[in-house]
Design a protein around this ligand. Structure first.
Ligand code: IPM
Ligand code: MG
Length: 368
């Protein structure tokens, strides 16, 4: 088998500094587990705009289409707020998602036991929490036409369109059912079938895919607003949640916060299978570019490191190595190593981004 290829796009803000810690982890697997990756690095977001005048160059897009997996840090920052909409940093990420056709976005919300007290919810509500949000990522109101700011009479009107085809709904539903089979075998689908036709179709199609292909998986349906409420009330009732692009954006932020820190959560965006049978894939932390702390060594690299663990599992079929990396993170947390986002008392000295990365490497060493 040829060496698996990995394109690293650190991006903006804290992206480069958390990615530097991921590089240590990648190097560790090369040196200690004989798992070499062919790693290349390129620009995305504001960094790409600064260099090329666009948030993702055609060359980078082409590279992303060729590699086995893309690993992205974060995009955006206040210095880009006034840019034209078409070249904003976020457009680079959205282009990657759309052109790689990464329709299934996996956002696990897992509560690490050592961090259960960081949640805004009570410990017994969140401890042991392990849910997976599957967000449709390439359609819906993020991409539907018509869109834009138009003029009607003497005022302007902002327009976005929620649009889903049956096949778009069916493929993300399948992805959720497949995941559920490897977890607790339960899927809850969320939409607003009470007010949106696209929601009515969503519910129908998910039910049909279930009845015809996955009758043994337990399926329930919930209106997305009630789903948000239930996520805060008793999140452990869920296993896999499948929902559309916009609801998934909101609900995954809610779910992330249940776990105590956005700095801990990875994500995978998967597309259709490539010639080698593995899905096209992009991995990124759920957190953003955090410009307020960028360049200060305060950022928590864990979400980005755990995103690489997801790459090991979903792109490289190295589930046992992914388990090893996740266990190393868990162990470091249990030892009490904390970056600033995980500090409880004001007076404590937090671990820096690099110290957190080094602690995870030490725990990996200890795992051998
Ligand atoms: C996310 C982010 C993105 C989104 C932005 C950065 C385009 O909020 O990945 O959740 O809205 O999808
Ligand atoms: Mg979001």
């Amino acid at each position: 088998m040829s060496t698996p290829s990995l394109l690293i796009l650190p991006g903006d803000g804290i992206g480069p500094e958390v990615m530097a810690e991921v590089r240590k982890v990648i190097d560790w697997f090369g040196a200690k587990r004989d798992l070499a990756f062919d790693v290349s690095e390129d620009l995305v977001g504001g960094a790409a705009y600064d260099a090329h005048g666009v948030p993702l160059s055609d060359e980078t897009m082409e590279k992303a289409q060729q590699v086995d997996a893309v690993l992205l840090g974060a995009v955006g920052g206040p210095q880009y707020d006034d840019l034209d909409f078409s070249v904003k940093p976020e457009r680079g990420l959205l282009r990657l998602r759309k052109e790689m056709d990464l329709f299934s976005n996996l956002r696990p919300a897992q509560c690490f036991d050592a961090l259960a007290d960081f949640s805004s919810l009570k410990r017994d509500v969140v401890s042991g929490l392990d849910i997976m949000i599957v967000r449709e990522l390439t359609s819906g109101v993020y991409f539907g036409e018509p869109r834009g700011i138009m003029t009607e009479g003497n005022e302007r009107v902002g327009i976005n369109t929620q649009r889903y085809t049956e096949s778009e709904i069916a493929r993300v539903a399948r992805s959720a059912f497949e995941l559920a089979k490897r977890r607790d075998n339960r899927v809850c689908s969320m939409e607003k079938a009470n007010v949106m036709e696209s929601g009515i179709l969503w519910r129908e199609v998910v039910q049909k895919v279930h009845d015809e292909e996955y009758p043994d998986v337990e399926l329930s349906h919930m209106y997305a607003d009630a789903g948000g409420m239930q996520l805060c009330r008793w999140p452990k009732q869920f296993d896999v949640i499948v929902t559309d692009n916009l609801f998934g954006d909101l609900l995954s932020d809610v779910a992330a916060m249940l776990t105590g820190s956005l700095g801990m959560l990875p994500s995978a965006s998967l597309g259709a299978p490539m010639a080698n049978g593995r899905p096209k894939a992009l991995y990124e932390p759920v957190h953003g570019s955090a410009p307020d702390i960028a360049g200060q060594g305060k950022a928590n690299p864990t979400a980005c490191i755990l995103s690489f663990a997801m790459a090991l599992r979903y792109s490289f079929d190295l589930g046992a190595e992914a388990d090893r990396l996740e266990a190393a993170v868990e162990q470091v947390l249990a030892q009490g190593v904390r970056t600033a986002d995980l500090m409880q008392a004001e007076g404590d000295t937090p671990a820096s981004t690099a110290e957190m990365g080094d602690a995870i490497i030490a725990a990996l060493d200890a795992s051998l």
